[in-house]
Design a protein around this ligand. Structure first.
Ligand code: GLN
Length: 233
């Protein structure tokens, strides 16, 4: 995925997260401001979110551009959640164009998005990948090993493919985890909750950039930032 975001906090509508801000994911799908690779994100999109009393997330994904989904625009103002992951996709050359290649991926409990690329040949064999796209294979590996091994998995894959870009974004309903490894990520902490996004969705001066090669963890208690190299020992 080329631009992704997540929210943990007070429930808010999917429209307020994905469609309404001045530089929303919708706007980022045709006019991203900080994208380093690719110019538009028109190769599909997806959103996953948790509802109270239901451990498995709900997902809406599509192989179409986000701007070409009026049915989603119709329901998004009345769908609310306190834990959301969403992404718009710019397919890497040679990767399949299909709904199942759009993030967020899931194992039925965790949502996971990948902004970047990785040589599929360096990834260990995985079961249950949703697609043959590099991001789905990487997601299956991360989901198999568990979120507690997220930073270690990124460091390992990054060492195996030095050209890899591995910005990952995950949620399990109670926390968010993200890595920076070759691309942008910003964080916004508010009284209502915390947002992580490939790029700020508005010009609020409270957005902060996350340095490269870091792990970000967001829980209801706050946010921690750890250099990924420091976790390798
Ligand atoms: N490599 C992934 C894909 O092809 C993600 C691409 C991206 O982050 N732009 O979908």
């Amino acid at each position: 995925m080329c631009r992704h975001l997540a929210w943990l906090g007070r429930p808010r509508t999917l429209a307020s997260l994905v469609l309404e801000p001045p530089s929303s994911l919708l706007v980022q799908s045709y006019a991203p401001r900080r994208q380093r690779y690719g110019t538009v994100n028109a190769d599909g999109w997806g959103v996953g979110f948790y509802a109270p009393g239901r451990p498995e997330p709900a997902r809406w994904r599509s192989a179409r551009p986000l701007w070409g989904d009026p049915s989603f625009a119709s329901v998004a103002p009345v769908l609310s959640s306190g834990c959301v992951v969403a992404a718009v996709r710019s397919a890497t050359v040679g990767m399949p164009l299909e709904e199942s290649a759009a993030a967020p991926f899931t194992d039925g409990r965790v949502l996971l998005s990948h902004n970047g690329r990785v040589d599929r040949a360096v990834l260990p064999p995985v079961r249950d990948a949703e697609s043959t796209v590099d991001s789905a294979l990487l997601a299956a590996l991360v989901l198999d090993r568990g979120l507690d091994a997220l930073a270690a998995t990124v460091a390992e894959v990054g060492a195996a493919d030095p050209a890899a870009r591995l910005n990952l974004l995950a949620a399990d309903g109670a926390r968010l985890l993200a890595t920076t490894w070759g691309d942008t990520l910003s964080v916004l902490v508010t009284d209502e909750g915390t947002a992580l996004a490939s790029e700020p969705w508005d010009d609020d001066p409270a957005w902060r950039d996350v340095p490269d090669r870091h792990l970000v963890e967001v829980t209801p208690d706050g946010l921690t930032l750890t250099p990924i190299g420091a976790l390798r020992a």
